[in-house]
Design a binder for this molecule. Structure first.
Ligand SMILES: CC(C)(COP(=O)(O)OP(=O)(O)OC[C@H]1O[C@@H](n2cnc3c(N)ncnc32)[C@H](O)[C@@H]1OP(=O)(O)O)[C@@H](O)C(=O)NCCC(=O)NCCS
Length: 183
């Protein structure tokens, strides 16, 4: 089994030429709907995120491109965040190009990332925060085996009012029980 290749997606390094996809995802209406509205930003913001200074870090906080195995087309990105090796905890986020959603690609890409962090980097817990109206993300977490652990009350402002943030987590054991393939 290749560590970065699943059935329909492969994770690869983000290259400078990938920046237009990052911009398209950030400016997508559904993303704004699910994650919160941000002002339009210049190309340089996205070019910086795909520049070697950003992507060539060798620690456990990184962003990878999700590409389709059949044609190598870029579908989106998946990232680790807030990696705390001393606690064994990390966070993660994922975003797909709008027309590539709903085909199981996010589930497979996230499972590959979690496998790397749990099986190769000795992390033991992944914690994420999701807005309560982001139904796609909540369902993705549920599908991956995350468990809702609580709500941080009134900690996001959007759509003209305060919202709670849903706190979810998955342990290495919970992940491996569900996703480990026999080998
Ligand atoms: C969240 C996101 C990555 C999911 O990507 P995706 O490729 O559609 O996910 P998958 O196809 O792997 O689907 C995972 C599950 O979510 C469900 N789902 C997908 N979109 C959904 C929606 N809009 N509403 C409810 N459920 C949804 C799928 O049906 C699937 O569940 P199932 O197996 O029971 O059918 C994608 O919607 C996205 O990029 N959103 C914008 C960015 C974002 O909000 N990221 C999360 C914050 S970190």
């Amino acid at each position: 089994m290749h560590p970065w290749t699943g059935t329909s997606v492969r994770l690869r390094a983000l290259e400078p030429s990938d920046w237009p996809v990052l911009r398209r995802i950030a400016e997508d209406a559904e993303y704004a709907e699910q994650g919160g509205v941000v002002p339009p930003r210049p190309a340089t913001v996205f070019q910086r995120r795909t520049s070697p200074e950003f992507t060539a870090r060798e620690d456990d906080e990184f962003t990878l491109a999700i590409v389709a195995t059949h044609d190598e087309e870029i579908l989106g990105t998946v990232s680790t965040r807030l990696a705390q090796p001393w606690n064994g905890t990390f966070g993660a986020s994922i975003a797909l190009d709008a027309e590539r959603r709903g085909k199981g690609h996010a589930t497979e890409a996230a499972a590959l990332l979690l496998r790397y962090m749990f099986s190769e980097r000795r992390y033991q817990k992944c914690n994420v925060e999701v807005l309560p109206f982001n139904r796609a993300s909540l369902r993705l977490c549920e599908r991956l085996g995350f468990i809702e652990e609580g709500r941080r009350r009134r900690s996001h402002f959007g759509r003209g009012r305060q919202h709670d943030i849903v706190l979810l987590g998955i342990t290495a054991e919970e992940y491996l029980e569900q996703w480990q393939t026999s080998e």
